[in-house]
Design a protein around this ligand. Structure first.
Ligand SMILES: [Ca+2]
Ligand SMILES: [Ca+2]
Ligand SMILES: [Ca+2]
Length: 225
């Protein structure tokens, strides 16, 4: 939407200029070949961090706009065990992404009540993009406020998928920068920002649900308004 508005604003300024010229010289001047090029707005994901330093490999071959699954639990995932993974996100084009959210969604299958026993134990987003995903960038306090509907100080997968609101990753004026703002983080050679999520199968998991399968979608929305 902003791109369209910007183009209109520039066009109106040009019209005014032509009108002034006409009045002064009473002749028309045409300047041709004026191009309006919109910025390159592209969002990509990666899970590749070959040297495990929480900074993504920047090479384009690791980045994808249509990624495959990020988590697959071990087949013997036992109560009390945690699994975690980091997803890297980047604005691959030159435009900043100021509105960036994550929504964790049910795939719609009805099965055993397993999601209630999967607890989100870590949620951190490298807000300042320095490659360090530390405690200051902890999303859990915000998520507890937003999703802990039974007030047990835990955010379960069930609570996340049944709530229709999205998790804001960029907020309070922060951005996922494109190459124009920060070509170390953004653009086609940018390393992006890391999102770390960790899940624990709770000790209270009922033994009779062993072997159940839960399939959820993660939807990232990158909006340029
Ligand atoms: Ca790395
Ligand atoms: Ca950081
Ligand atoms: Ca809860």
């Amino acid at each position: 939407m902003k791109k369209i508005l910007l183009s209109i604003a520039i066009f109106m300024a040009s019209l005014q200029f032509v009108a002034q010229v006409s009045a002064m010289y009473t002749e028309s001047v045409f300047v041709e070949g004026n191009l309006f090029t919109t910025g390159d707005f592209k969002f990509q994901l990666s899970t590749t961090d070959s040297n495990n330093d929480s900074i993504a490999d920047s090479h384009n071959m690791y980045w994808n706009s249509i990624p495959t699954a990020v988590w697959t639990t071990p087949t013997n995932w036992a109560p009390g065990q945690s699994i975690g993974n980091t997803i890297f996100v980047r604005s691959a084009g030159n435009i900043d992404i100021p509105n960036f959210t994550l929504k964790i969604m049910d795939d719609g299958t009805v099965g055993q009540p397993v999601k209630e026993y999967i607890n989100l134990t870590k949620a951190r987003y490298d807000q300042n993009g320095d490659g360090v995903v530390n405690e200051e960038e902890n999303l859990l306090p915000q998520l507890l406020q937003q999703y802990d509907s039974n007030s047990d100080n835990k955010v379960t997968l069930y609570e996340l998928v049944k709530n229709s609101s999205s998790i804001e990753l960029e907020k309070n004026g922060s951005i996922l920068p494109g190459s124009l703002s920060n070509n170390a983080i953004g653009g086609y050679s940018g390393t992006g920002k890391a999102l770390l999520l960790e899940w624990e199968l709770m000790h209270t998991f009922p033994i009779e649900h062993g072997g159940a399968l839960v399939n959820v979608k993660m939807r990232f929305d990158a909006v340029q308004m």
